[in-house]
Ligand binder design. Sequence first.
Ligand SMILES: NC(=O)C1=CN([C@@H]2O[C@H](COP(=O)(O)OP(=O)(O)OC[C@H]3O[C@@H](n4cnc5c(N)ncnc54)[C@H](OP(=O)(O)O)[C@@H]3O)[C@@H](O)[C@H]2O)C=CC1
Ligand SMILES: Cc1cn([C@H]2C[C@H](O)[C@@H](COP(=O)(O)OP(=O)(O)O[C@H]3O[C@@H](C)C(=O)[C@@H](O)[C@H]3O)O2)c(=O)[nH]c1=O
Length: 287
Amino acid sequence: MNILVFGATGQVARELQLLISGSQVHEAQFLDRAAADLSQPETCAAAIRAAAPDAVINAAAYTAVDRAEDEEELASTINGAAPGAMAGACAALAIPLVHISTDYVFAGDGDTPWTPSDPVAPQNAYGRSKLLGEEAVRAAGGPYAILRTSWVVSAFGNNFVKTMLRLGAERDKLTIVADQIGAPTCARDIARTCLAMAEQLQSNPEKSGTYHFSGTPLTSWAGFAREIFAQAGLSCAVEDIPSSAYPTPATRPLNSRLDCSATEITFGQPCPDWRDGLREILKDLET
Ligand SMILES: NC(=O)C1=CN([C@@H]2O[C@H](COP(=O)(O)OP(=O)(O)OC[C@H]3O[C@@H](n4cnc5c(N)ncnc54)[C@H](OP(=O)(O)O)[C@@H]3O)[C@@H](O)[C@H]2O)C=CC1
Ligand SMILES: Cc1cn([C@H]2C[C@H](O)[C@@H](COP(=O)(O)OP(=O)(O)O[C@H]3O[C@@H](C)C(=O)[C@@H](O)[C@H]3O)O2)c(=O)[nH]c1=O
C-alpha cells in the first residue's frame, strides 16, 4: 500500500516511519506542518487529492491539553475541521482514513471501562476539539477507523516518561496524581495497530467504526511514575495525591479505562503490556 501520513515529527508518526521503512509491502509519504498545515484544513484535502494514496493515517493533532483551554478555536480547527476535510477527500477517493482520538472525549466518571459506543462528554477544550474530529470523520461517509487511545509515550517528543526521567533525576520525591486511572500506550504499538487497520479496511471497509486501543494493565499516573523510576533505576520517591492537589487549567478525566475488546476481535490487535514497551523506550533513550 501507498500510505499518506499527516504528521512527521510526532510520537506516533515517528514510530510509523520506523515501522514502514522496515516494511517490504508498504511505502509512505509523511507530511510535516510545512507540507500540510492542519490549521488550513483545505490544504489537507488538496494534499490527499494530489498524492492519490491507497490509505491515509492522521497522526497530527493539537495535543497541548492545558494550552487548548486558551486556544480552543485553533485546537478545534486542527483536531476537528482538518480531520473532517481529510475524511471528505478520502471518501471521494473511496480510500480508508485511520484517525487517532483520545480517552479525553469521555466524562471520566465511574470506574467501568468505556466501550466505543458509550456516551461522550469531554471535560476540557482538547477533548471537545477531538470529539469534533470524530464526528466529522464519521459523517464523511467513507471507510474509516477512529482509534481512541490514552497516555501515549515513546522515546520521541515530549511525554510523561521523558518528564519523569528529567524530574526524577533532579528531585528526591515527586507528588503525582493517583486518582486518574487509565493505561499508558506506547506509540510503537499504536503505529502497528494503525497500519493493521489501514490494511484491513482497504479490503474490508465494513470494519469501519470507532475502536479503543490502550496498554495493559491499568494504573494511575503515580503508579506509572513508580514503574518508570523502578525500570530506570532512579531512587525518586512518589507520593500519591488527588487531582485536586495538582490544579491544572484543563480538567482531566478520573476514569480513562478503555474497553479495547472490539479492536482485538475485529483487527486482531490485543492490548500490549506497556511495561514491555517502557523497557524498549528506556533502551532506545540510552542509545
Ligand atoms: N500524546 C498523548 O498522550 C495522546 C495522544 N492522542 C492522539 O494521538 C495522536 C498522535 O499523538 P502524538 O503522536 O502524541 O502527538 P505529538 O504531540 O507527539 O505530535 C503532534 C504532531 O502534530 C503536528 N501538528 C500539530 N499542529 C499541526 C498543524 N497545525 N499542522 C500540521 N501538523 C501539526 C505536530 O507537528 P509540529 O512538530 O510541527 O508541532 C506533531 O507532528 C493525536 O491524534 C493525539 O490527539 C491520544 C491519546 C493520548
Ligand atoms: C509532571 C507531573 C504531572 N502530574 C500529573 C498531571 C496529569 O494529571 C498527569 C499527566 O500529565 P501530562 O500533562 O503528561 O498529561 P496530559 O497532557 O493530560 O496527557 C494527556 O495528553 C493528551 C494529548 C491525551 O490525549 C491523553 O490521553 C493524555 O495522555 O500527571 C503530577 O501529578 N505531578 C507531576 O509532577
